[in-house]
Design a protein around this ligand. Sequence first.
Ligand SMILES: [Zn+2]
Length: 68
Amino acid sequence: MTSDGDNPDVPIHCPECDTQTRVPLPEVAGAIDRHNETQHDGTECARVDPDLADQLADLVAEDMGLLD
Ligand SMILES: [Zn+2]
């Protein structure tokens, strides 16, 4: 077992609910959608921290070999 290549958990913050949840990277978009749909009638409240989103973009780009 190696943790290399595992999907990092990403914190989703919702200022409306004052909650933070960690979900695996591939589930982030779905988790945000689901939260906003069920908790806020589709209003976009929950989101990934913008700073982290930048880092994630780099991570994902690296993952996909886009930085080669
Ligand atoms: Zn919320």
